[in-house]
Design a protein around this ligand. Structure first.
Ligand code: HEC
Ligand code: HEC
Ligand code: HEC
Length: 134
């Protein structure tokens, strides 16, 4: 592993371990992220911090390979609920929910090459309707 790789892995591990003492969005040394629009999360937030990649991948397999709809760990639903109240997005700055934490942890996520990073209009009461695709 390269030095950068080791630092990256350490940052990701620290981030995943942090937060049990502090409130969910007030990590002692973590990023300050946009608060969710509603609640609760589809899983306990502590579990979600650690396991959301696995949940999302299982959800994708259920839908894309097995044709199951209305799954519990829908990516579109994450975006609807975690999108900024200001602009309806989960990407865009260090405060935006998905980007802010991934930038902090130096984790690259390619899902939004295809998936919308903007909440769907029906779920976007507080934000301008900028359309589903990015
Ligand atoms: C109905 C709203 C809702 C949905 C849908 C939802 N969440 Fe959450 N999520 C929350 C709330 C509320 C919290 C607690 C923190 C907060 O208030 O923002 C949370 C917390 C989290 C956390 C921990 C954040 C932290 O800083 O500790 C992660 C990670 C997360 N959610 C990812 C996801 C993912 C991935 C999905 C889709 C599979 C998803 N959430 C779906 C409402 C939601
Ligand atoms: C090359 C394009 C592409 C990429 C990249 C991609 N997906 Fe998808 N994904 C799709 C398509 C197409 C569907 C099926 C259509 C739908 O239901 O939106 C889908 C469906 C899903 C679903 C079920 C529907 C939903 O909204 O929950 C999940 C979960 C999912 N993908 C997760 C992911 C995750 C996580 C990543 C990144 C690791 C990712 N996808 C990357 C194209 C892509
Ligand atoms: C509290 C911090 C945090 C938040 C918020 C967060 N993530 Fe993550 N995410 C991580 C970390 C850290 C990893 C790397 C985990 C690992 O390597 O085990 C990761 C990994 C992922 C992966 C797997 C990437 C891969 O290629 O294996 C996906 C997919 C993902 N996140 C999607 C999301 C989505 C979508 C959101 C917003 C709804 C989100 N995450 C919000 C911290 C976060």
């Amino acid at each position: 592993m390269t030095v950068a790789g080791i630092l990256r892995a350490a940052a990701a591990a620290a981030l995943l371990l942090a937060g049990s003492a502090a409130g969910p969005l007030a990590h002692a040394s973590g990023p300050a992220l946009d608060a969710a629009r509603a609640g609760p999360c589809v899983e306990d937030p502590k579990l979600m911090r650690r396991s959301h990649p696995d949940f999302l991948k299982h959800g994708r397999d259920d839908t894309v390979r097995k044709g199951i709809r209305g799954i519990r760990h829908s990516l579109a639903a994450c975006v609807d609920c975690h999108a900024s109240r200001a602009d309806g997005r989960v990407l865009g700055s260090e405060r935006h929910f998905c980007q802010g934490c991934h930038d902090y942890a130096a984790v690259k996520v390619d899902c939004f090459d295809c998936h919308a990073s903007t909440a769907r209009p029906a779920a976007t009461a507080a934000a301008p309707a900028t359309g589903g695709a990015r």
